[in-house]
Ligand binder design. Structure first.
Ligand SMILES: [Zn+2]
Length: 280
């Protein structure tokens, strides 16, 4: 069995405001493209393929485009946490990380209803503070999807690792499930063009489809019960030729025996049931 988790980080304007700190009209309009053009194309493709996917959404995006975000849930997809305004948790100190995580849920509940409670977290920076895993565990999260300690096999992220020039000491495993990400399986480095920070991007869809297919084929052939987690962004993958390439990729993946498209929470839950905690 291979789980395929299609994930979409719906950053919209938040990444431009927070991460890139570019709030003039043109960069903001790139975020707007993600909400107004890219997301509907992604949802239409998923609907046509009867695939449930996972969207990581900053609270900033939810309140900026409430109908778009409501539609994600209405279509049966999972929504996970992705920051208050796409901030990196790495530099947050003294309770600010907990405060922003809590505030982001409260803000999302205003759009998605008071019953909305995400079980998954993806750091907007694909990096965590020394407290992040403990905070997510305390807040009852099932999984994180921000680290790169594996490729196709989930694992339990640790708290309290110690690293210095003398060596590396592993901390205790948490009860969370880590669904690892990778730059290889992300549309951003391949396609996104940016002069600040410099990212050439703009690679051809043929090239990227071949790379992603090769990654998947290895997972499918060599990793038992592997989880293939692919990260896309509506503002990037939503351009015509790229969404067409994603459809071709989905058809390739779906043509293989034993492949299930699932949300991250379903994949994490399945993995957790097969791997009871050895220690806390
Ligand atoms: Zn993001």
């Amino acid at each position: 069995m291979t789980h395929v988790c299609l994930t979409f980080d719906f950053d919209a304007l938040a990444i431009w405001v927070s991460t890139f700190k570019q709030t003039t009209a043109s960069p903001l309009s790139r975020g707007e493209f993600g909400a107004q053009v890219g997301l509907p194309r992604v949802l239409e493709l998923l609907r046509r393929k009867s695939i449930r996917a996972t969207f990581f959404v900053p609270a900033h995006t939810a309140v900026s485009f409430p109908e778009r975000v409501q539609k994600i849930l209405e279509d049966g997809h999972e929504i996970g946490s992705h920051g208050y305004c796409h901030e990196s948790p790495v530099t947050l100190v003294d309770g600010e990380e907990v405060r922003l995580l809590t505030a982001s849920i409260e803000k999302m509940q205003k759009v998605l209803g008071s019953a909305f409670r995400p079980v998954g977290y993806r750091s907007p920076a694909w990096d965590l503070s020394s407290q992040s895993i403990a905070i997510l565990q305390e807040q009852g999260y099932l999984y994180d999807s921000s680290l790169m300690g594996g490729d196709f096999e989930p694992y339990r992220p640790r708290r309290g690792d110690r690293i210095d020039e003398h060596g590396f000491e592993l901390g205790a495993e948490s009860s969370l499930v880590e669904l690892p990400v990778s730059w290889e399986l992300d549309d951003y480095p391949y396609f996104h063009f940016s002069s600040r920070p410099l990212n050439q991007g703009l690679r051809s869809t043929d090239e990227v489809r071949a790379l992603w297919q090769a990654e998947f084929d290895y997972c499918h052939q060599h990793v038992r019960n592997g989880v293939f987690t692919l990260t896309n962004h509506p503002e990037i993958i939503g351009r015509g030729p790229r969404i067409a390439m994603l459809e071709e990729l989905i058809d390739h993946l779906g043509s293989k025996p034993g492949v299930t498209f699932s949300t991250c929470s379903d994949a994490a839950q399945t993995w957790r049931e097969a791997h009871p905690e050895s220690r806390q």
